[in-house]
Design a protein around this ligand. Structure first.
Ligand code: ADP
Length: 395
Protein backbone atom coordinates (compact mmCIF):
# COMPACT_ATOMS: atom_id res chain seq x y z
CA UNK A 1 0.00 0.00 0.00
CA UNK A 2 1.42 3.43 -0.84
CA UNK A 3 1.74 6.19 1.72
CA UNK A 4 -0.89 8.44 0.15
CA UNK A 5 -3.54 5.74 0.24
CA UNK A 6 -2.71 5.06 3.85
CA UNK A 7 -2.95 8.75 4.80
CA UNK A 8 -6.25 9.00 3.01
CA UNK A 9 -7.66 5.96 4.76
CA UNK A 10 -6.53 7.30 8.08
CA UNK A 11 -8.37 10.60 7.46
CA UNK A 12 -11.51 8.75 6.48
CA UNK A 13 -11.28 6.63 9.63
CA UNK A 14 -10.99 9.76 11.73
CA UNK A 15 -13.94 11.46 10.01
CA UNK A 16 -16.20 8.44 10.38
CA UNK A 17 -15.14 7.80 13.96
CA UNK A 18 -15.97 11.37 14.97
CA UNK A 19 -19.65 11.08 14.06
CA UNK A 20 -21.86 10.44 17.04
CA UNK A 21 -24.79 8.94 15.23
CA UNK A 22 -24.27 5.67 13.34
CA UNK A 23 -26.26 6.80 10.30
CA UNK A 24 -24.24 10.00 9.85
CA UNK A 25 -21.11 7.89 10.32
CA UNK A 26 -22.29 5.62 7.51
CA UNK A 27 -23.06 8.66 5.34
CA UNK A 28 -19.51 9.90 5.90
CA UNK A 29 -18.12 6.47 5.11
CA UNK A 30 -19.92 6.08 1.79
CA UNK A 31 -19.38 9.66 0.69
CA UNK A 32 -15.67 9.63 1.51
CA UNK A 33 -14.87 6.87 -0.97
CA UNK A 34 -17.24 7.95 -3.68
CA UNK A 35 -14.53 9.36 -5.92
CA UNK A 36 -12.95 5.92 -6.17
CA UNK A 37 -16.18 3.96 -6.05
CA UNK A 38 -19.29 5.44 -7.66
CA UNK A 39 -22.75 4.03 -7.10
CA UNK A 40 -26.32 5.32 -7.25
CA UNK A 41 -27.86 3.73 -4.19
CA UNK A 42 -26.62 1.95 -1.13
CA UNK A 43 -28.61 0.01 1.45
CA UNK A 44 -27.97 -2.16 4.45
CA UNK A 45 -30.30 -5.08 5.04
CA UNK A 46 -30.24 -6.72 8.43
CA UNK A 47 -31.85 -9.96 9.40
CA UNK A 48 -34.85 -9.45 11.64
CA UNK A 49 -34.27 -12.00 14.37
CA UNK A 50 -37.92 -12.24 15.34
CA UNK A 51 -39.63 -12.23 11.99
CA UNK A 52 -36.98 -14.04 10.01
CA UNK A 53 -37.14 -11.48 7.24
CA UNK A 54 -34.89 -8.64 6.17
CA UNK A 55 -35.16 -5.08 7.45
CA UNK A 56 -33.73 -2.09 5.67
CA UNK A 57 -31.56 -0.62 8.42
CA UNK A 58 -30.02 2.11 6.28
CA UNK A 59 -30.58 3.40 2.75
CA UNK A 60 -29.18 6.33 0.78
CA UNK A 61 -29.66 7.46 -2.76
CA UNK A 62 -26.56 9.21 -4.11
CA UNK A 63 -27.00 9.45 -7.81
CA UNK A 64 -29.60 8.50 -10.38
CA UNK A 65 -33.00 7.34 -9.14
CA UNK A 66 -32.93 9.40 -5.96
CA UNK A 67 -36.50 8.42 -5.10
CA UNK A 68 -35.28 4.88 -4.63
CA UNK A 69 -34.12 5.90 -1.18
CA UNK A 70 -37.55 5.36 0.32
CA UNK A 71 -38.04 2.15 -1.52
CA UNK A 72 -35.00 -0.01 -0.94
CA UNK A 73 -36.77 -3.05 -2.33
CA UNK A 74 -34.35 -2.91 -5.29
CA UNK A 75 -31.76 -4.92 -3.42
CA UNK A 76 -33.88 -7.25 -1.37
CA UNK A 77 -33.59 -10.29 -3.59
CA UNK A 78 -29.81 -10.09 -3.88
CA UNK A 79 -29.56 -9.39 -0.13
CA UNK A 80 -31.48 -12.59 0.53
CA UNK A 81 -29.16 -14.49 -1.81
CA UNK A 82 -26.08 -13.07 -0.04
CA UNK A 83 -27.49 -14.19 3.28
CA UNK A 84 -28.35 -17.63 2.00
CA UNK A 85 -24.95 -18.27 0.41
CA UNK A 86 -22.77 -16.24 2.78
CA UNK A 87 -20.64 -14.71 0.03
CA UNK A 88 -20.50 -11.70 -2.24
CA UNK A 89 -22.92 -11.63 -5.18
CA UNK A 90 -22.67 -9.64 -8.38
CA UNK A 91 -25.79 -9.28 -10.46
CA UNK A 92 -25.44 -7.48 -13.75
CA UNK A 93 -27.81 -7.23 -16.69
CA UNK A 94 -27.38 -10.07 -19.16
CA UNK A 95 -25.02 -9.30 -22.04
CA UNK A 96 -26.83 -7.85 -25.01
CA UNK A 97 -29.59 -6.26 -22.91
CA UNK A 98 -27.60 -3.06 -22.32
CA UNK A 99 -28.81 0.23 -23.74
CA UNK A 100 -32.27 1.77 -23.53
CA UNK A 101 -33.62 2.93 -20.15
CA UNK A 102 -30.68 3.01 -17.72
CA UNK A 103 -33.01 2.76 -14.72
CA UNK A 104 -34.04 -0.65 -15.95
CA UNK A 105 -30.40 -1.83 -16.09
CA UNK A 106 -29.36 -2.26 -12.44
CA UNK A 107 -25.80 -3.45 -11.72
CA UNK A 108 -26.03 -4.88 -8.24
CA UNK A 109 -23.29 -5.75 -5.80
CA UNK A 110 -24.20 -7.52 -2.56
CA UNK A 111 -21.60 -7.95 0.20
CA UNK A 112 -22.12 -10.04 3.34
CA UNK A 113 -22.20 -8.14 6.64
CA UNK A 114 -20.57 -9.96 9.48
CA UNK A 115 -21.05 -8.57 12.98
CA UNK A 116 -18.41 -10.45 14.92
CA UNK A 117 -18.42 -13.90 13.34
CA UNK A 118 -22.15 -13.79 12.72
CA UNK A 119 -23.60 -13.18 9.30
CA UNK A 120 -26.22 -10.55 10.08
CA UNK A 121 -27.16 -9.07 6.76
CA UNK A 122 -25.93 -7.60 3.51
CA UNK A 123 -24.58 -4.35 2.15
CA UNK A 124 -25.99 -3.60 -1.29
CA UNK A 125 -24.88 -1.20 -3.99
CA UNK A 126 -26.63 -0.44 -7.25
CA UNK A 127 -25.46 1.37 -10.34
CA UNK A 128 -28.17 2.04 -12.84
CA UNK A 129 -26.87 1.49 -16.33
CA UNK A 130 -23.43 0.34 -15.16
CA UNK A 131 -20.48 0.39 -15.44
CA UNK A 132 -19.48 -3.06 -14.25
CA UNK A 133 -17.78 -3.33 -10.86
CA UNK A 134 -13.98 -3.52 -11.18
CA UNK A 135 -11.75 -5.51 -8.84
CA UNK A 136 -10.85 -2.29 -6.99
CA UNK A 137 -14.54 -1.51 -6.47
CA UNK A 138 -15.18 -4.94 -5.07
CA UNK A 139 -12.36 -4.51 -2.54
CA UNK A 140 -13.64 -1.10 -1.53
CA UNK A 141 -17.12 -2.53 -1.09
CA UNK A 142 -15.76 -5.32 1.10
CA UNK A 143 -13.88 -2.77 3.22
CA UNK A 144 -17.04 -0.70 3.58
CA UNK A 145 -18.92 -3.76 4.68
CA UNK A 146 -16.45 -4.46 7.53
CA UNK A 147 -16.66 -0.84 8.52
CA UNK A 148 -20.46 -0.72 8.41
CA UNK A 149 -20.63 -3.85 10.53
CA UNK A 150 -18.39 -2.22 13.14
CA UNK A 151 -20.64 0.87 13.19
CA UNK A 152 -23.73 -1.30 13.53
CA UNK A 153 -22.12 -3.20 16.37
CA UNK A 154 -21.23 0.06 18.08
CA UNK A 155 -24.81 1.25 17.76
CA UNK A 156 -26.19 -2.01 19.15
CA UNK A 157 -23.80 -1.85 22.08
CA UNK A 158 -24.83 1.73 22.82
CA UNK A 159 -28.50 0.73 22.74
CA UNK A 160 -27.89 -2.26 24.99
CA UNK A 161 -25.93 -0.05 27.34
CA UNK A 162 -28.64 2.55 27.73
CA UNK A 163 -31.27 -0.16 28.15
CA UNK A 164 -29.18 -1.69 30.89
CA UNK A 165 -28.82 1.70 32.56
CA UNK A 166 -32.54 2.21 32.57
CA UNK A 167 -33.23 -1.31 33.89
CA UNK A 168 -30.66 -0.80 36.64
CA UNK A 169 -32.17 2.52 37.61
CA UNK A 170 -35.64 0.98 37.61
CA UNK A 171 -34.41 -1.85 39.85
CA UNK A 172 -32.86 0.60 42.25
CA UNK A 173 -36.10 2.57 42.32
CA UNK A 174 -38.09 -0.62 42.99
CA UNK A 175 -35.77 -1.44 45.89
CA UNK A 176 -36.14 2.03 47.34
CA UNK A 177 -39.86 1.76 46.76
CA UNK A 178 -40.21 -1.34 48.89
CA UNK A 179 -38.55 0.40 51.82
CA UNK A 180 -40.50 3.63 51.21
CA UNK A 181 -43.80 1.85 50.87
CA UNK A 182 -43.36 -0.24 53.98
CA UNK A 183 -42.55 2.91 55.91
CA UNK A 184 -45.48 4.75 54.35
CA UNK A 185 -47.89 1.93 55.19
CA UNK A 186 -46.59 1.43 58.69
CA UNK A 187 -46.76 5.03 59.81
CA UNK A 188 -50.52 5.54 59.40
CA UNK A 189 -51.21 2.00 60.60
CA UNK A 190 -49.14 2.71 63.71
CA UNK A 191 -51.20 5.82 64.43
CA UNK A 192 -54.49 4.05 63.82
CA UNK A 193 -53.53 1.12 66.01
CA UNK A 194 -52.09 3.29 68.78
CA UNK A 195 -55.01 5.69 69.07
CA UNK A 196 -57.70 3.04 68.77
CA UNK A 197 -56.00 0.88 71.42
CA UNK A 198 -55.87 3.93 73.68
CA UNK A 199 -59.56 4.63 73.16
CA UNK A 200 -60.43 1.01 73.92
CA UNK A 201 -58.50 0.85 77.18
CA UNK A 202 -60.77 -0.22 80.01
CA UNK A 203 -58.70 1.41 82.72
CA UNK A 204 -58.85 4.93 81.34
CA UNK A 205 -61.67 7.26 80.44
CA UNK A 206 -61.10 10.01 77.94
CA UNK A 207 -62.98 13.28 77.90
CA UNK A 208 -64.98 14.06 74.83
CA UNK A 209 -62.48 16.53 73.38
CA UNK A 210 -59.64 13.99 73.61
CA UNK A 211 -61.79 11.26 72.11
CA UNK A 212 -62.61 13.60 69.27
CA UNK A 213 -58.95 14.43 68.75
CA UNK A 214 -57.96 10.74 68.66
CA UNK A 215 -60.77 9.86 66.29
CA UNK A 216 -59.79 12.73 63.98
CA UNK A 217 -56.24 11.39 63.84
CA UNK A 218 -57.53 7.88 63.09
CA UNK A 219 -59.80 9.26 60.40
CA UNK A 220 -57.01 11.28 58.75
CA UNK A 221 -54.54 8.43 58.87
CA UNK A 222 -57.11 6.06 57.34
CA UNK A 223 -57.56 8.61 54.52
CA UNK A 224 -53.79 8.70 54.02
CA UNK A 225 -53.68 4.93 53.76
CA UNK A 226 -56.54 4.92 51.27
CA UNK A 227 -54.79 7.55 49.14
CA UNK A 228 -51.57 5.60 49.22
CA UNK A 229 -53.22 2.37 48.16
CA UNK A 230 -55.22 4.16 45.45
CA UNK A 231 -52.01 5.72 44.10
CA UNK A 232 -50.30 2.36 43.97
CA UNK A 233 -53.22 0.72 42.19
CA UNK A 234 -53.61 3.63 39.84
CA UNK A 235 -49.96 3.70 38.90
CA UNK A 236 -50.10 -0.05 38.24
CA UNK A 237 -53.18 0.41 36.02
CA UNK A 238 -51.59 3.34 34.22
CA UNK A 239 -48.48 1.33 33.60
CA UNK A 240 -50.43 -1.61 32.23
CA UNK A 241 -52.66 0.85 30.28
CA UNK A 242 -55.84 -0.59 31.78
CA UNK A 243 -57.11 2.64 33.30
CA UNK A 244 -60.27 3.83 31.56
CA UNK A 245 -60.63 7.50 30.69
CA UNK A 246 -63.97 9.26 30.17
CA UNK A 247 -63.40 12.16 27.82
CA UNK A 248 -65.72 15.14 27.45
CA UNK A 249 -65.25 18.85 26.67
CA UNK A 250 -63.57 20.49 29.68
CA UNK A 251 -62.70 24.08 30.53
CA UNK A 252 -59.35 23.70 32.24
CA UNK A 253 -59.40 27.24 33.73
CA UNK A 254 -62.68 26.48 35.53
CA UNK A 255 -61.42 23.07 36.60
CA UNK A 256 -58.21 24.41 38.08
CA UNK A 257 -60.17 27.04 40.05
CA UNK A 258 -62.51 24.35 41.44
CA UNK A 259 -59.55 22.26 42.54
CA UNK A 260 -57.87 25.31 44.11
CA UNK A 261 -61.04 26.07 46.11
CA UNK A 262 -61.07 22.52 47.42
CA UNK A 263 -57.38 22.69 48.30
CA UNK A 264 -57.96 25.99 50.11
CA UNK A 265 -60.65 24.49 52.34
CA UNK A 266 -58.07 22.01 53.64
CA UNK A 267 -55.28 24.60 53.77
CA UNK A 268 -56.98 27.88 54.68
CA UNK A 269 -53.66 29.70 55.11
CA UNK A 270 -52.40 28.79 51.67
CA UNK A 271 -52.16 31.76 49.31
CA UNK A 272 -52.97 31.00 45.70
CA UNK A 273 -52.52 33.72 43.05
CA UNK A 274 -54.53 33.23 39.88
CA UNK A 275 -53.70 34.57 36.45
CA UNK A 276 -56.36 32.75 34.52
CA UNK A 277 -57.13 33.55 30.90
CA UNK A 278 -60.40 32.02 29.72
CA UNK A 279 -59.57 28.87 27.77
CA UNK A 280 -61.29 27.09 24.90
CA UNK A 281 -62.53 23.61 25.86
CA UNK A 282 -60.24 20.61 25.62
CA UNK A 283 -61.26 16.99 25.35
CA UNK A 284 -60.44 15.65 28.79
CA UNK A 285 -61.33 13.46 31.71
CA UNK A 286 -62.33 15.95 34.41
CA UNK A 287 -61.73 13.57 37.31
CA UNK A 288 -58.25 12.61 36.13
CA UNK A 289 -57.22 16.16 35.26
CA UNK A 290 -58.40 17.34 38.70
CA UNK A 291 -56.18 14.65 40.15
CA UNK A 292 -53.19 16.07 38.25
CA UNK A 293 -53.89 19.62 39.47
CA UNK A 294 -54.44 18.38 43.04
CA UNK A 295 -51.16 16.56 42.96
CA UNK A 296 -49.28 19.66 41.83
CA UNK A 297 -50.89 21.75 44.55
CA UNK A 298 -50.13 19.11 47.14
CA UNK A 299 -46.48 18.85 46.02
CA UNK A 300 -46.07 22.63 46.24
CA UNK A 301 -47.56 22.53 49.74
CA UNK A 302 -45.28 19.65 50.76
CA UNK A 303 -42.03 20.74 49.13
CA UNK A 304 -42.37 24.54 49.23
CA UNK A 305 -43.98 25.03 52.64
CA UNK A 306 -45.13 28.57 53.35
CA UNK A 307 -44.76 29.66 49.72
CA UNK A 308 -47.63 31.08 47.73
CA UNK A 309 -48.67 29.19 44.62
CA UNK A 310 -49.17 30.98 41.32
CA UNK A 311 -51.50 29.36 38.83
CA UNK A 312 -51.76 30.58 35.27
CA UNK A 313 -53.77 29.48 32.26
CA UNK A 314 -53.04 30.68 28.75
CA UNK A 315 -54.32 29.91 25.29
CA UNK A 316 -51.56 29.19 22.77
CA UNK A 317 -51.71 28.03 19.18
CA UNK A 318 -53.84 24.85 19.10
CA UNK A 319 -53.19 24.20 22.78
CA UNK A 320 -53.75 25.50 26.28
CA UNK A 321 -51.05 25.88 28.91
CA UNK A 322 -51.56 25.60 32.66
CA UNK A 323 -48.70 26.36 35.06
CA UNK A 324 -48.20 25.91 38.79
CA UNK A 325 -45.31 27.86 40.35
CA UNK A 326 -44.05 27.95 43.88
CA UNK A 327 -41.30 29.95 45.53
CA UNK A 328 -39.72 27.06 47.39
CA UNK A 329 -36.17 25.76 47.52
CA UNK A 330 -36.26 24.42 43.99
CA UNK A 331 -34.85 21.17 42.66
CA UNK A 332 -31.20 20.68 41.60
CA UNK A 333 -30.81 20.33 37.80
CA UNK A 334 -29.31 16.85 38.09
CA UNK A 335 -32.57 15.42 39.42
CA UNK A 336 -34.99 17.10 37.04
CA UNK A 337 -34.83 14.50 34.22
CA UNK A 338 -36.03 11.72 36.54
CA UNK A 339 -38.83 13.50 38.37
CA UNK A 340 -41.65 11.91 36.38
CA UNK A 341 -40.34 8.36 36.68
CA UNK A 342 -42.26 5.83 38.72
CA UNK A 343 -41.10 5.72 42.36
CA UNK A 344 -38.57 8.50 41.85
CA UNK A 345 -37.95 10.81 44.81
CA UNK A 346 -35.24 13.42 44.99
CA UNK A 347 -32.43 11.87 47.04
CA UNK A 348 -32.35 13.03 50.62
CA UNK A 349 -36.09 13.72 50.52
CA UNK A 350 -36.81 11.85 53.70
CA UNK A 351 -38.45 14.44 55.91
CA UNK A 352 -41.52 14.76 53.70
CA UNK A 353 -43.62 11.65 53.23
CA UNK A 354 -44.24 10.44 49.72
CA UNK A 355 -43.88 7.50 47.39
CA UNK A 356 -42.58 8.99 44.16
CA UNK A 357 -45.80 8.03 42.40
CA UNK A 358 -47.52 11.42 42.18
CA UNK A 359 -45.68 12.94 39.24
CA UNK A 360 -45.55 9.61 37.41
CA UNK A 361 -49.35 9.44 37.64
CA UNK A 362 -49.62 13.08 36.49
CA UNK A 363 -47.45 12.39 33.45
CA UNK A 364 -49.37 9.28 32.43
CA UNK A 365 -52.69 11.13 32.71
CA UNK A 366 -51.44 14.12 30.72
CA UNK A 367 -50.01 11.81 28.05
CA UNK A 368 -53.35 10.01 27.79
CA UNK A 369 -54.71 13.46 26.85
CA UNK A 370 -52.00 13.76 24.16
CA UNK A 371 -50.52 16.55 26.24
CA UNK A 372 -47.16 17.33 27.73
CA UNK A 373 -46.00 17.98 31.28
CA UNK A 374 -42.60 19.31 32.29
CA UNK A 375 -40.81 21.12 35.03
CA UNK A 376 -38.42 24.02 35.37
CA UNK A 377 -36.75 24.83 38.63
CA UNK A 378 -34.22 27.24 40.00
CA UNK A 379 -32.52 26.72 43.35
CA UNK A 380 -33.77 29.13 46.03
CA UNK A 381 -36.19 30.67 43.52
CA UNK A 382 -38.82 28.00 43.06
CA UNK A 383 -40.32 25.39 40.82
CA UNK A 384 -42.81 25.59 37.97
CA UNK A 385 -44.74 22.71 36.47
CA UNK A 386 -46.14 23.23 32.96
CA UNK A 387 -48.97 21.34 31.32
CA UNK A 388 -49.91 21.70 27.66
CA UNK A 389 -53.14 20.16 26.44
CA UNK A 390 -54.19 20.11 22.78
CA UNK A 391 -57.33 21.99 21.82
CA UNK A 392 -59.64 19.88 19.76
CA UNK A 393 -60.80 21.95 16.78
CA UNK A 394 -64.13 20.09 16.60
CA UNK A 395 -65.21 21.15 20.10
P1 ADP B 1 -43.69 12.15 46.18
O1 ADP B 1 -44.23 13.50 46.48
O2 ADP B 1 -44.59 11.06 46.62
O3 ADP B 1 -42.29 11.95 46.60
P2 ADP B 1 -43.86 12.89 43.37
O4 ADP B 1 -43.79 12.00 42.19
O5 ADP B 1 -45.10 13.70 43.54
O6 ADP B 1 -43.63 11.94 44.61
O7 ADP B 1 -42.63 13.86 43.36
C1 ADP B 1 -41.33 13.37 43.09
C2 ADP B 1 -40.27 14.23 43.75
O8 ADP B 1 -40.24 15.51 43.12
C3 ADP B 1 -40.55 14.52 45.21
O9 ADP B 1 -39.99 13.53 46.02
C4 ADP B 1 -39.88 15.87 45.41
O10 ADP B 1 -38.54 15.69 45.79
C5 ADP B 1 -39.87 16.51 44.04
N1 ADP B 1 -40.87 17.61 43.92
C6 ADP B 1 -42.10 17.51 43.41
N2 ADP B 1 -42.72 18.71 43.41
C7 ADP B 1 -41.85 19.60 43.93
C8 ADP B 1 -41.89 21.02 44.19
N3 ADP B 1 -42.97 21.75 43.92
N4 ADP B 1 -40.76 21.57 44.73
C9 ADP B 1 -39.66 20.85 44.99
N5 ADP B 1 -39.57 19.51 44.78
C10 ADP B 1 -40.65 18.90 44.25
Amino acid sequence: MDLNTLIRLRHIFEEVQKKQDWKTALDALFLSLRDSFVFDNVAIYLEDRLEKGLDVAYARAMGRGKTAEADAAWGEKVANDVLRHGHMILKEPAKGTQGGDRMKQPYLLGVPLYVGSKLRGALLFVRFGGPEYSELHIHIAALQSFWSAALIERKELQEAHSELDSVQRQMRLQDDFVSTISHELRTPLGFIKGYSTSLLRQDTTWDEATQHEFLTIIDEEADRLTKLIEDMLESARLQSKTLQFKFSPIRADALVRDVATRVNTHHPNLKIDFHLDPLPPVLGDGVRLSQVFENLFSNAIKYAPGSKIIVTTKELEKKVRITFSDEGEGIPDDYLPFLFERFYRVPGERTVTGTGLGLYICKQIVMAHHGKIWVESELDKGTTFFIDLPVNPTL
